[in-house]
Design a protein around this ligand. Structure first.
Ligand code: MIC
Ligand code: SF4
Length: 646
């Protein structure tokens, strides 16, 4: 029987298990990358494991999120990351070098290999034919320390692409927005999307990377494209042709499911507030006044995308009521555009050029005004993420963004009257890579930690009985931005769990951390969640900070993959309602008791959850694999690793 691309890469990296549906498999990992906002924890955790050098062939530490230096905190974190990279043998990508995903694609991504990254958009590398999976910091630290990556074998879905995009009006962004409309933010959970079919040829590597980047918004484990002639040309242009191999599915490869997308039928699309799957054709929103437009991020920062935007702006002016911000995704792209003389037209048009960083995407500055409409070529529009709680954020392709900025309103781009050039991929990318520091051999480097960098807190081992109050009941699709907000005030506290924990759920419920601290005195608390609890970012702070406040268990209808692993890695029990209708019966303030936890964990994993104050019970299950059970019992991955090594 033939193999699909995922099976080919997995079988060449398989250390344990069989590639059967949902079975736990262990995979050898070739590359690990971290970014600063999750990376300080990851590197502190690596340090806590106590090794001298990373044990993976390639590790890269990027700085791209926490770039506003309004006091010492972010600058101290950058120095910690730089000295840790030198001390432990990783590349260091300095602030200003680029957003991790775009920069990694340019410099290191290789077809046929496996990468993990401490960011949910790591699947961007799938555009080059690589398996790239987003993980929590602790997972990355243990892999850097030589452990394999353990996952449950996802279901592989074939996305068969036919036809050709209606260029220049329709872009790769519209393809993934169309898929998000079809499958929703839960549609990819437990799955890998493998793209194939004739239509693949119509897409360049950066366009494919836009599609795999936003596969994260589907909740997918990752997404991957074949490696073909287009991939070879991209690698040749990056001066890395020797990294190319051909990679395609066998003709008789099997898939769990098939989805067919005809590129010729795709229209320009836009995701409306406040979810990336709330997608409509742009034409339906014609005339909506726009206050802010942001172009860039890890989703749409390719040379081709930014050059197209620059050429559109060259012949036009930004509307007087609009603030247009551009945050280029990498120094390479920025250098290329500058060499071609395309910075001047951007400046002349009235656009504001921001630093090469995540910037507005994570609320690191450039927050919109009260109630304003912001249209962005980014990947997430969760409520409050922009930094302004009542802003309305829309997501669309960079060409549409440029046109809206000129027109001051959402405009049907077929009828805008603005010329849209077609930009071809360059034969050669140029960059001096001035801000990329290779690993050093020096072992005597001192790792420098500023006063805001605190140790990683650790939970106690699991107890046999759990009795705690439900201090929060949430709706479906709660994001990790809801649990642990980001933005310019909170992000600098990422290396300081006691300080950041004061902001847990602060956008949804300002009294949460106070109630949590009170509940901690009484033995901790429980959260009740709906479907897809913890979707979005990989930030393990959304598990560590609630754990630090006293979170013992989350009982939800279902969990997002990375957040569930982060909870387990920090010793918090994730339980799923056996009968989803029991969710309705629980109220905030109920007191829950679960007994015989250790015995049940090792047997059926189906727990009887008693509601003590109202005298009824229901069933919830933990569905943990062998390793996960051991982690939960030990109180998480760090205490587990210490126990094993002592
Ligand atoms: C995001 O886009 O939400 C982030 C910020 O890049 C996160 C990581 C983080 O919270 O630091 C992600 O996607 O994992
Ligand atoms: Fe940065 Fe935004 Fe991409 Fe996250 S989604 S890595 S914040 S640009």
């Amino acid at each position: 029987m033939g193999l699909n691309i995922v099976e080919k890469i997995f079988s060449s990296h398989l250390i344990k298990g069989n590639l059967k549906d949902a079975e736990t498999i262990a995979l050898k990992v070739d590359q690990v990358y971290t970014q600063d906002a999750t990376g300080t924890m990851a590197w502190l955790e690596f340090e806590a494991i106590g090794l001298d050098r990373v044990k993976v062939p390639l590790a890269v530490s990027y700085v791209d999120h926490n770039m506003q230096q309004s006091d010492f905190m972010n600058a101290d974190d950058h120095l910690f990351l730089q000295t840790a990279a030198q001390r432990y043998g990783a590349y260091f990508s300095k602030p200003g070098n680029g957003i991790c995903h775009q920069t990694h694609l340019e410099n290191f991504a290789k077809p046929g290999l496996i990468a993990i990254g401490t960011d949910s958009h790591t699947p961007t590398q799938g555009g080059i034919g690589m398996i790239a999976i987003g993980v929590g910091g602790l997972e990355a630290a243990t892999v850097m320390a030589g452990s394999p990556l353990e996952i449950n074998m996802p279901k592989v879905v074939k996305v068969n692409l036919k036809g050709k995009l209606k260029r220049p009006y329709v872009t790769a962004m519209d393809v993934i927005l169309t898929i998000l409309k079809l499958l929703t933010v839960k549609g990819g959970v437990g799955k890998i999307l493998e793209y194939g079919g004739e239509g693949v040829k119509d897409l360049s590597v950066p366009e494919r990377a836009t599609i795999t980047n936003m596969g994260a918004e589907l909740g997918a484990t990752t997404s991957i494209f074949p490696s073909d002639e287009k991939t070879r040309l991209f690698l040749r242009a990056q001066n890395r042709e020797t990294d190319w191999i051909e990679l395609k599915a066998d003709d008789d490869a099997q898939y769990y499911e098939h989805i067919e997308i005809n590129l010729s039928n795709i229209e320009p699309m836009i995701a409306c507030p406040h979810s990336p799957d709330n997608v409509k054709p742009i034409s339906e929103l014609e005339g909506l006044k726009v206050n802010q437009v942001c172009i860039g991020s890890c989703t749409n920062s390719s040379y081709e995308a930014l050059k197209t935007v620059a050429l559109i702006l060259r012949d036009n002016k930004v509307h007087e009521d609009v603030n247009l911000m551009i945050n280029p995704g990498s120094r390479q792209v920025f250098e290329m555009i500058a060499r071609e003389g395309l910075i001047t037209p951007i400046i002349e048009s009235g656009a504001r050029l921001l630093e090469i960083s995540c910037g507005p995407c994570i609320g690191m500055g450039s927050a919109p005004g009260s109630g304003q409409v912001s249209v962005r070529s980014y990947n997430r529009n969760f409520k409050g993420r922009s930094g302004t709680k009542d802003a309305n954020v829309y997501l669309t392709n960079p060409i549409a963004c440029a046109i809206f900025a000129i027109k001051g309103m959402i405009t049907d781009i077929f009828k805008s009257g603005i010329d849209i050039p077609i930009v071809s991929s360059p034969e050669r990318f140029y960059s001096k890579n001035a801000l990329l520091i290779p690993p050093s051999d020096k072992k005597d480097v001192k790792v420098l930690k500023g006063p805001n960098i605190k140790d990683v807190p650790i939970k106690k081992a699991l107890e046999d009985t759990l009795e705690a109050e439900v201090i929060l009941k949430t709706a479906d699709n709660i994001t990790t931005d809801d649990i642990m907000p980001a933005g310019s005030k909170i992000l600098p506290l990422r290396s300081n769990i006691p300080a950041i924990s004061e902001f847990v759920f602060s956008n949804l419920d300002e009294t949460f951390s106070k109630r949590a601290i009170e509940a901690k005195e009484r033995g901790g608390f429980i959260i009740i969640g709906g479907e897809n609890y913890g979707q979005g970012s990989s930030r393990e702070h959304a598990a560590i900070a609630p754990m630090y406040l006293g979170l013992q268990a989350v009982i939800a209808k279902s969990f997002a993959r990375i957040h569930r692993s982060n909870l387990i890695n920090f010793g918090v029990l994730p339980l799923v309602f056996q009968d989803a209708s029991d969710y309705e019966k629980i109220r905030q303030g109920d007191v829950i008791r679960i007994e015989n936890i250790l015995e049940i964990l090792n047997n059926s994993q189906v727990f009887t959850v008693e509601i003590l104050n109202r005298g009824f019970s229901f069933k919830a299950s933990s569905n943990l694999n062998e390793r996960e059970k051991q982690l939960i019992i030990a109180g998480g991955l760090l205490p587990f690793s210490r126990r094993v090594s002592s």
